[in-house]
Design a protein around this ligand. Structure first.
Ligand code: 8YV
Length: 317
């Protein structure tokens, strides 16, 4: 069985994959173009892409041979699932194994924005720090503050758990339905998104990408946020209106924001670059050795099952 892996995976998983299958691996640091992806759909049984590959209807239309898209990652908004299922191509992802890493990063961004860590580090590095003073770079504590979680799936829940158990925050959440697991965190379900936004001191986004959540946090939603609150996005860039965010940060309506994802990565909306009260990271959500290896193993388990004709562990179709 021929497998094309579009980006490097951890060595140990690459080795196992090569032992079991006829593998071609893009060993460069450059993502494949649309034409290469379309060629892969003609020449390989399995395509193993990442979030940096756009598997659109045109790429899928080329699929003469490919019958499995085994995504290395949990989000699959970069894959046209409808086009894939219309062609009889299964799609799998890697749920569960990057939950902790991503929730840790959401908390990292919350702490960095609340305690002005990026701003402080920049000040120090350029030699502008003049020494300790009582009024210097005052931020906000987390204890007793309200965290509004938008999207209470695995990662939203893990973020809420950390915020509640580790930092003593009060949790409210907006999701398609109330979650029983949230009761242990005293987390209150909020059916109306805007009322959650109005009540939260911190808002953390954990919805999947795709057309249902595109621009969910638009200019009106940002206006509905509590003055002086913070917005964290480790989900997908397209969920958020970045022009409205930039305005809210510049006017002081929002005290700060922390972003790990952008609508057109690696391009970062230029209006964001000069904002001191914004922390920006380059899509590091799952970037731990542990998570990346587990993602590889999970993708491999799906490819193995496909090769043996067994039920796929993580189908998204
Ligand atoms: C992954 C992510 O690193 O899994 C996801 O959905 O956004 C990331 O944290 C990336 O998707 C790898 O494909």
């Amino acid at each position: 069985m021929r497998v094309l892996v579009t980006r490097r995976w951890p060595h140990v998983v690459e080795r196992t994959l090569r032992e079991r299958f006829d593998v071609v691996l893009n060993e460069t640091d450059v993502p494949l173009g649309q034409a290469d992806l379309a060629d892969a759909m003609r020449d390989f049984d399995v395509l193993a892409p990442t979030v940096s590959d756009r598997i659109d209807a045109e790429v899928i239309a080329a699929a003469d041979r490919c019958r499995l898209i085994a995504n290395y990652g949990v989000g699959f908004d970069h894959i046209d699932i409808a086009a894939a299922s219309a062609k009889g191509i299964a799609v799998t992802n890697t749920p569960g194994v990057l939950t902790d890493a991503t929730a840790d990063l959401a908390l990292t961004l919350m702490l960095m924005t609340a305690r002005r860590a990026g701003e402080g580090e920049r000040e120090l590095r350029v030699g502008r720090w003049t020494g300790w003073r009582p009024t210097h770079m005052i931020g906000s504590g987390l204890k007793g503050k309200v965290l509004g979680v938008v999207g209470m799936g695995r990662i939203g829940m893990a973020t809420a758990r950390r915020a509640r158990m580790g930092f003593g925050m009060d949790i409210i959440y907006h999701s398609r339905s109330a979650k029983r697991e949230a009761e242990a965190l005293d987390a209150k379900f909020c059916a109306d998104l805007h009322s959650l936004l109005a009540k939260s001191d911190f808002v953390s986004l954990h919805v999947p990408g795709g057309r249902h959540t595109k621009n969910l946090i638009d200019a009106a939603a940002i206006r509905a946020m509590k003055p002086g609150s913070y917005l964290i996005n480790t989900a997908r860039g397209a969920v958020l209106d970045h022009a409205a965010l930039a305005q809210a940060l510049a006017s002081g309506h929002l005290a700060g924001a922390g972003l790990d994802v952008y609508p057109d990565e690696p391009h970062v909306p230029p209006e964001l670059l000069g904002l001191e009260n914004l922390v920006m990271l380059p899509h590091l959500g799952s970037a731990t050795a542990e998570a990346r290896e587990a993602m590889g193993r999970r993708a491999l388990a799906n490819i193995d099952a496909f090769a043996k004709g067994e039920p796929l562990p993580d189908p998204v179709t």
